[in-house]
Design a protein around this ligand. Structure first.
Ligand code: AMP
Length: 399
């Protein structure tokens, strides 16, 4: 089977053509600057074949057309014709509380995604554009929507309820939703498989640390999400590359009063100028921060320490929430590759029974057990694969 996985942003569109059974990726790439001047990349069998600027793509429809024409190109394509694509899977950011799992796209599904636009104002309209572009270009192919929020819908009320007047939950759906759900779900499945508990997940307690440019932790009990650090939107939780994570709401009132910022300016500061970038003034990229720290930059050091401290604290909180922890997993850019980052997060967590093995921890980008043999808590690196999860859901629903 061949599934086209699409992740559409407002002016970009990432794609992968893959086999959901083997995970084999036939081709992938990115359409950027849609509606501006257009940039198109296409990689097949691990090689970059097209990397072209000035490829006008006025809308997402032309972007999808460019993807398809690259895929079926007689010289560099990976399929003979569009007929070989069985279905299309779309990443959708916000499913509100409506979507507890992925769904086959029909008018009702699209209406529900549209209804969630106030909750995901930046992403959901773009996700819908991706879906509608594919419907126009490939009207007969089944399309599936896979939601970033769906995995978290098993949280208990005490985890998802905010301590503000309850009417805002009842009338306005203000609650914790959580994101990176497709990644957390993939890791939950892999971790359970490694632990030999796929068939009997009851009683397992896993904490997944998805640490990348955007970061979130997820407490996974019995294979299901019971808490996660992101909230109504993806700004909440631990500090991130440029996002502030949890802060005292008073800060907003105070700074808006002092500098006359309107809410839009304030949100831009919290979304784009905060996190480890904001503290360090150096970069949102963890490799740059480590380099600056090694050169004696104290704010880069503080930014990293703040990040590790908050991740460590969230691990402790989730161990308390679940009454223990069997496994801690690191995933995404920093989690998969940041050897010293992982060691610094884990420092001080020995009281939980989690002991890192420095040699085993010296690994990047592949599945590995990185705790000692006598560690009560197993610590793993598991590279995430959201696209595979989307492809598998699409395969199951398209059948
Ligand atoms: P992601 O958003 O999952 O793509 O992760 C991006 C983040 O991963 C960036 O902050 C990178 O600096 C970080 N990253 C990638 N490789 C490494 C590495 N070898 N060591 C530390 N951080 C890394």
């Amino acid at each position: 089977m061949k599934i086209l996985v699409i992740n559409a942003g407002s002016s970009s569109l990432k794609y992968q053509l893959m086999d959901p059974d083997s995970g084999n990726v036939f081709a992938k790439g990115l359409c950027e600057r849609i509606g501006i001047d257009g940039k198109f990349t296409y990689k097949a069998n691990g090689q970059t074949i097209i990397d072209a600027a000035d490829c006008p793509m006025p809308t997402h429809k032309e972007a999808i057309e460019a993807v398809l024409s690259a895929l079926v190109d007689p010289k560099n394509g990976v399929i003979g014709s569009m007929d070989e694509i069985d279905a299309v899977g779309h990443r959708v950011l916000h499913g509100g509380a409506k979507f507890t799992e992925s769904c086959l796209v029909d008018d009702a599904c699209k209406d529900a995604i549209r209804e969630c636009i106030p909750l995901g104002p930046l992403h959901n309209p773009a996700n819908l554009m991706g879906i509608e572009a594919c419907q126009k270009v490939m009207p007969t192919k089944p399309q599936v929507a896979v939601f970033d929020t769906a995995f978290h819908m098993t949280m208990p009320a005490e985890a998802y309820t905010y301590a503000i007047p309850y009417e805002y939950y009842e009338k306005d759906q203000v609650r914790r939703y959580g994101f990176h759900g497709t990644s957390h779900r993939y890791i939950a499945q892999r971790a359970l498989a490694i632990l030999g508990r796929t068939e009997n997940p009851e009683g397992t307690k896993i904490i997944n640390c998805h640490l990348g440019n955007g970061s979130s932790l997820c407490a996974i009990k019995d294979g299901k999400c019971v808490d996660t650090t992101m909230g109504l939107g993806p700004l909440a939780g631990i500090p991130m590359g440029t996002r502030c994570g949890d802060i005292d709401a008073t800060i907003m009132e105070y700074l808006m009063g002092r500098y006359g910022y309107d809410i839009k300016e304030m949100m831009t500061i919290l979304n784009k100028k905060s996190g480890v970038l904001g503290i360090s003034g150096v970069s949102s990229d963890f490799r740059d921060l480590e380099k600056a720290e090694a050169e004696g930059n104290e704010r880069a050091h503080l930014a990293l320490e703040k990040f590790f401290y908050e991740v460590r604290k969230a691990i402790g909180a989730y161990a308390a929430a679940m009454g223990g922890v069997d496994a801690i997993v690191f995933t995404a850019g920093v989690g998969e590759n940041g050897v010293s980052n992982r060691a610094r997060v884990m420092k001080g967590l020995e009281f939980l029974g989690a002991k890192l093995d420095p040699e085993r921890n010296n690994t990047r980008g592949k599945e590995a057990l990185i705790s000692t043999d006598d560690s009560k808590v197993k610590v793993f690196v598991i590279p995430t694969n959201e696209e595979l999860m989307i492809a598998k859901d699409t395969q199951a629903l398209a059948k």
